[in-house]
Design a protein around this ligand. Sequence first.
Ligand SMILES: C[S@@+](CC[C@H](N)C(=O)[O-])C[C@H]1O[C@@H](n2cnc3c(N)ncnc32)[C@H](O)[C@@H]1O
Length: 299
Amino acid sequence: MNMYHNPVMIKEVLEEMNPQPGENFVDCTLGNAGHTIEILRRTKPDGRILGFELDIKASGEAKERLKEGGLLSRVEIIEDNFRNIKKYKNKLPKIDGILADLGLRSGQIEESGKGFSFNADEPLDMRFGLQGTSAEEIVNTYTMDELSHIFSEYGEEKNYQHIAKEIVKARKNKPIKTTSELAEIILDFYRQKLKTKKEIPWIGGIHPATRIFQAFRIEVNDELGALKKLLEDGSEILSSGGRIGIISYHSLEDRIVKRFYRTSPQLVIKTKKPIISSEEEVKKNRRARSAKFRVAIKE
Ligand SMILES: C[S@@+](CC[C@H](N)C(=O)[O-])C[C@H]1O[C@@H](n2cnc3c(N)ncnc32)[C@H](O)[C@@H]1O
């Protein structure tokens, strides 16, 4: 059984990013090296990859996998945030492609123990790496306005003020420390609002805590800030004719990519519309259903 994350839209990524023998790429989100391995197959014999990964479990697994495949000598793994891409630009003589497959890998949500999922009872951490402010700190220290702001902006949650108010009320009794405690506050708010006793008052097939958990994750990891920095610095260090491709999983990210490509004087848009996963892929991999892939070429 394949225990690794299936690389999303691999056929489309190879088609659009078009790796050629001897070309060098940056894989900003190495994960289990799914995309990296396929790119390396096409950049034989000496194309190199710089692979960024914040999660040391993922980078360890990627290393093993690359070693088994005899590919490790052509990869340098960087355990840093891809927002710092510019710092490492001299590690490659030229950069022909930059790929980012945003978010989390399958398994990371359920198995990391970092509190990404409301389905497991875990400490509220949510940091991709080891540094920065945890979700626990944010949920217990942000003002009601600050919480409202992230729920509205990053969660696109309609009831952002009410939920922020419930959180502030709850933490006065005792600090909120776990995913279950946070999820319960949100569920309770929705139970009252919808006048139901259902354990999970599903909203249009979505768990009511989904948007709030997304908002915390984005805030904890400054995901949108990191993406903007990657686009700015990545397009600067990319060689002429180089391709930049981003796979995003929600509208906030996709909007940033779309706007950046449109307004950058250095880039020409290659994908007029975002590429989405085939029905066949979505059937096999639910994560692929929300993926959007946009590519631009440096002039
Ligand atoms: C969707 S997965 C990538 C999967 C990979 N393409 C594959 O085929 O195995 C995203 C990965 O990027 C990492 N990640 C997310 N944001 C990051 C960032 N700002 N800097 C470095 N790594 C990041 C996550 O830890 C996760 O392992």
